[in-house]
Design a protein around this ligand. Structure first.
Ligand code: GRF
Length: 195
C-alpha cells in the first residue's frame, strides 16, 4: 500500500474550502492526509479541523516574527494549500517548499488579483468592470500577490442583477470542486501543465 501524500492547509476565515477538502479526504476522493491546519487568527474554520481530529496551530499574524514562526511551524509535507489565508507567505517559506504551495483565488487570474483583492472586493470589482464571466483559479504561490503560474481555472457566468454576494456564492460552489480536482491531479504525481 502506498503512503498517502501529506497536506498542510492554511486558513484565515470560515474554512468552507477546508471543509470540502476534509470531506474529500474522508470519502476517499483525495488520496491524502491533512497533517496540520494552521490559522493566522482565531477563525471559524478551525472548528472543521478540530471536529475532524486534525492537529491545529494558531500563529497570530500580528506577532513581529510571524513569518519566521510560520516557516518554522510547517512540517515537511507534499503540498501546502492556502485556502483563504490572508497573510503574505514569506520568501523563506516559498524557498523551503518550491512548487509545493498552491493558492485558491476567487477570480479568473490574472484579472482581479493582487494586493487588496480578496473577499467581496473581488466580486464587486468584477461587477464594476462589467465582466460577463468570472470564476476561480488555483495557482502556484510565488513571491508576489496572486502572481504565480495558474494551474487550473473554473468559469461561471455573471448574471443580470448579480450582487457581490450572489456572484461570490456562485464562484465559491465551483471553488470547492476545482480545488479538490486540481489537488487530485497534483497528488497523482508528474508535474502538470500550467494554463
Ligand atoms: C475563497 O473565496 C478563496 O478563493 C479565497 O478565500 C476564500 C476562502 O473561503 N482565497 P473559505 O474560508 O474557504 O470559505
Amino acid at each position: 500500500m502506498t503512503t498517502p501524500k501529506t497536506l498542510a492547509v492554511l486558513i484565515s476565515g470560515r474554512g468552507s474550502n477546508l471543509a470540502a477538502l476534509i470531506a474529500a479526504v474522508e470519502d476517499g476522493r483525495l488520496p491524502a492526509r491533512i497533517v496540520l491546519v494552521l490559522a493566522d487568527r482565531d477563525c471559524a474554520g478551525l472548528e472543521h479541523a478540530l471536529n475532524a481530529g486534525i492537529p491545529v496551530q494558531l500563529i497570530d499574524r500580528k506577532l513581529p516574527d510571524f513569518g519566521a514562526r510560520l516557516t518554522a511551524a510547517l512540517p515537511p509535507v507534499d503540498f501546502i494549500v492556502l485556502a483563504g489565508f490572508l497573510s503574505i507567505i514569506p520568501p523563506a517559506l516559498i524557498r523551503r517548499f518550491p512548487q509545493k504551495i498552491i493558492n485558491l483565488h476567487p477570480s479568473l487570474l490574472p484579472k482581479f488579483g493582487g494586493p487588496g483583492m480578496y473577499g467581496l472586493r473581488v466580486h464587486a470589482a468584477v461587477l464594476a468592470a462589467g465582466e460577463t464571466e468570472s470564476g476561480c483559479s488555483v495557482h502556484w504561490v510565488d513571491e508576489g500577490v496572486d502572481t504565480g503560474a495558474v494551474i487550473a481555472q473554473a468559469r461561471v457566468p455573471v448574471q443580470a442583477g448579480d450582487s457581490p454576494e450572489s456572484l461570490a456564492a456562485r464562484v465559491q460552489a465551483e471553488e470547492h470542486e476545482l480545488l479538490i480536482r486540481t489537488l487530485g491531479r497534483l497528488l497523482d504525481g508528474p508535474p502538470i501543465a500550467v494554463l
